[in-house]
Design a protein around this ligand. Structure first.
Ligand SMILES: C[S@@+](CC[C@H](N)C(=O)[O-])C[C@H]1O[C@@H](n2cnc3c(N)ncnc32)[C@H](O)[C@@H]1O
Length: 361
């Protein structure tokens, strides 16, 4: 399939969220078998498949969500891609943060319109796109990436989605540990997001750059990284107690009476750990690290008794019967009584009495 251009390239369009399709915008075509293709609309251009041709001019001016037939009558659904569609299909240098984790980052780190946010590493720019959207035009995103070629991929992706490089975004190529103190005054940053192999190496400069009450959030893939970054944040004494979490999304199949979770899901992406910067000189009050008697009262323990859980107690009589039944089964299989076979010196009735006493207690 090809997207041929027969007219001069149109200027990239600013991202547009609604209204009729315009030249210069990217749209997503869904064919009869659900196959997706993205094209940039240009007057006079056409989209060719082995099953016919769609003229861009036939799409320009249509409302979002239209269905259009190609030259041989095959129908295509035309939609303006959502950010989630763009992120999942854009070229990748490094592994991206998945939308489920990006959403949690925005919530847990409280990314707000107008915020000054630092992000490292920038990788493919997936998270940068979510952050830019959340901070809006009055915020500023400073992204750091130590590999030149990844910075190029991210720049291209962010520019492609936004129809230009946003004025409120910078990428610095370098290691965050050195570059952050060189580019940001102490206590000047609202939020810091770290997605890198060794975030613990950056915690001290991050603490220096964050405003009091500011949030650091780290995304790590393994439990060993999680443990190391949590202990590092704690050991500085400059943050609140770090909050580790992971997010799972289970999609569902819903068709008629066949309503069930999908057979496949994304099992693991990563963990998030967030903490807030304490005010200079503030000391975190001693945290209770061990459960004390006051953490579980007698009423709590009582709540777990069989009675409280709705399990019916067993009477001594019925217990004696069960012991007799079990013995009878054992005798039938062994050809001798269970007491003889096991050398037990208690009779079944003695055992039942003991068990019943235990249950009553
Ligand atoms: C997994 S990728 C980030 C992906 C990105 N968050 C996204 O959603 O597309 C991790 C990146 O961190 C960069 N990196 C690792 N340590 C760094 C550091 N100390 N300073 C700056 N960048 C770093 C790596 O080069 C890599 O590109």
């Amino acid at each position: 399939m090809t997207d041929t251009t027969t007219a001069p390239a149109a200027q990239p369009a600013q991202p547009q969220f609604s209204g009729p399709f315009r030249a210069g915008e990217r749209v997503q075509l869904t064919g009869p078998k659900g196959k997706l293709n993205s094209v940039t609309l240009q007057a006079g251009s056409s989209f060719h498949t082995h099953r016919g041709v769609i003229d861009h001019d036939g799409i320009i001016g249509l409302p979002d969500g239209s269905v259009i037939a190609n030259s041989v009558g095959v129908e295509y659904l035309v939609l303006r891609p959502l950010l989630i569609d763009f992120v999942m299909s854009m070229p990748r240098g490094a592994a991206i943060i998945y939308p489920k984790d990006a959403a949690q980052i925005l919530a847990q780190a409280d990314i707000f319109p107008g915020a000054s946010v630092v992000e490292a590493g920038v990788g493919s720019g997936a998270l940068s796109l979510w952050l830019l959207r959340a901070i809006g035009p009055t915020g500023f995103l400073s992204s750091f990436e130590r590999r030149d070629e990844f910075a190029d991929v991210a720049r291209a992706n962010v520019t492609a989605f936004n129809g230009g490089t946003p004025d409120n975004w910078s990428i610095t190529v370098g290691d965050l540990t050195d570059a952050l103190p060189e580019t940001h005054e102490p206590q000047s940053v609202d939020r810091v997001v770290l997605d890198m192999l060794a975030p613990w190496e950056c915690i001290e400069p991050v603490a220096e750059a964050l405003k009091p009450g500011g949030v650091v959030i780290c995304y790590v893939a393994t439990v060993t990284q999680l443990s190391r970054v949590v202990e590092m944040i704690r050991s500085t004494g400059l943050f609140t107690n770090p909050q580790p979490a992971e997010t799972m999304i289970r999609t569902w199949h819903v068709e008629g009476l066949a309503v069930r979770p999908d057979h496949r899901m994304i099992g693991h992406t990563g963990f998030l750990v967030s903490a807030r910067r304490l005010a200079p000189g503030a000391e975190l009050p001693e945290l209770k690290r061990r459960a004390s008697k006051s953490d579980f009262l007698d009423e709590d323990v009582e709540a777990w008794t069989p009675g409280a859980l709705g399990e019916r107690g067993i009477s001594p009589k019925s217990l004696r019967k069960r012991v007799r039944d079990a013995n009878a089964t054992a005798t039938a299989r062994l050809g001798t009584s269970a007491e003889e076979a096991t050398g037990a010196d208690q009779t079944g009735d003695d055992l039942a009495e003991d068990l019943a006493d235990d249950v009553d207690a």
